[in-house]
Design a protein around this ligand. Structure first.
Ligand SMILES: [Zn+2]
Length: 395
């Protein structure tokens, strides 16, 4: 790293302060931060398109710099942040605080820092738009943190916009380490409705907790079957699809047969595995084995499984142009894999070659007093400057 601050550092920090000031927690309307970014880009002669969620309150944003042409590089970041419980913070989480080379605020590292660097650099790209050999796209999404709901719409949004970028760089904070794969993330909640009764006469009720236990037993068997057939040569730890039950709630008192029980569970699919196939095994067991035996006792009994999110895996690809680009611009370190999902999976679905790399530390994500360092801001700006040179044929 150079020791002198990057010339655009202060511009980036000022933009970051603005972005952190919008409490763009997932699921909340985000028209304010989107409007702010649109106005900023418009001020530099860069037009944006919005893609509105059906509720009309949450938007993806897409901008193009350079020629309207095939190909291009897409820089992606999410606009939403995880909630910030003020109790854990030494400051207002939605006001950027600068201290000792660190910039604190909710989203500072995940991932408004990257958005701020991209926006700080956008006028430089725009000034050289005529020299760009292919377009640069900025694609900002909503609701990444709760299931990549904005990114899920991106393949269709890009198609409508006539945008066909070939490479996506997802700027999640990886400490500028390239990542080219992750498992999928399917979040589920299962509700069991049995029939209440007095515990002294178990035969007169249908114990929802016992039914849940039976289903969970099957989930565990399914998990064991996945573990028994690991993917050969997998870079993941563990090298197979995992299933896990995280919470369970049910019952009122020891002497009452519980009529309801719910549990949260998840399937993290190894790339190449279809999480829907795994889910089908469980739902078929419920439909064929569990529900009929409950209904023999009480016809109103039922089991309902809701899917809260379904982020596909990001599969690693050999001969990746995205990985080669990162090797030219930044590091020869071979890409690795992570255990958390990203918007990148949907860009891969859209046919882009995806790499996840961004400044700032993963350890600071989702933490109270979340921060990015000024040095990390410099790194990101340096990286984007090199990308601009490369795309102008001067790399
Ligand atoms: Zn993130």
């Amino acid at each position: 790293m150079s020791t002198a601050p990057h010339p655009l550092r202060e511009r980036g920090i000022a933009i970051l302060a603005d972005l952190v000031g919008f409490p763009s927690v997932s699921l909340r309307p985000n028209g304010d931060i989107v409007g702010h970014i649109e106005a900023y880009l418009a001020g530099h002669g860069i037009a944006c398109r919005r893609d509105a969620h059906e509720d009309g309150d949450r938007f993806n944003l897409l901008a193009r710099i350079g020629p309207q042409a095939e190909g291009g590089v897409l820089l992606s970041g999410h606009l939403d942040v995880v909630p910030a419980d003020a109790a854990g913070w030494t400051q207002d989480p939605f006001r950027l605080r600068r201290a000792d080379g660190r910039l604190h605020g909710r989203g500072a590292v995940d991932m408004k820092g990257f958005l701020a660097m991209v926006l700080a650099m956008a006028p430089e790209f725009q000034a050289r738009a005529g020299a760009l050999r292919e377009p640069l796209y900025l694609a900002f999404t909503f609701d990444e943190e709760i299931g990549c709901f904005g990114a899920e719409r991106m393949p269709a949004f890009l198609a409508r916009a006539g945008a066909t970028p070939r490479i996506a760089i997802v700027g999640e904070p990886t400490g500028m380490t390239p990542i080219n794969g992750h498992k999928g993330g399917m979040e589920l909640v299962t509700h069991v409705r049995g029939a209440a009764g007095h515990a002294s006469k178990p035969g007169q009720g249908v114990n929802a907790i016992s039914v849940a236990a039976r289903i969970i037993g099957f989930i565990n068997e399914t998990a064991a079957a996945c573990a028994a057939s690991p993917a050969a040569g997998s870079p993941f730890d563990p090298p197979f699809t995992t299933l896990s039950v995280g919470t369970i709630h049910g019952g009122e008192a020891r002497n009452i047969i519980p009529d309801t029980c719910r549990f949260d569970w998840e399937i993290r699919a190894h790339p190449g595995d279809d999480p829907h196939r795994v889910l089908d095994q469980v739902t078929r067991f419920i439909a064929d084995e569990v529900v009929p035996s409950m209904r023999k006792e009480h016809p109103a009994c039922e089991v309902v499984t809701e899917m809260l999110s379904d982020v596909p895996p990001l599969a690693t690809r050999d001969g990746s142009a995205a990985a080669a680009l990162i090797a030219r611009l930044w590091t020869n370190q071979p890409p690795s894999v992570v255990s958390f999902g990203t918007d990148g999976a949907y860009f891969q679905q859209a046919g882009l070659d995806v790499i996840v790399i961004g400044p700032g530390g993963m350890a600071q994500m989702h933490q109270p007093d979340e921060f990015i360092t000024e040095e990390a801001m410099d790194e990101g700006l340096l990286f984007l400057g090199r990308l601009c040179d490369e795309m102008c044929g001067q790399g």
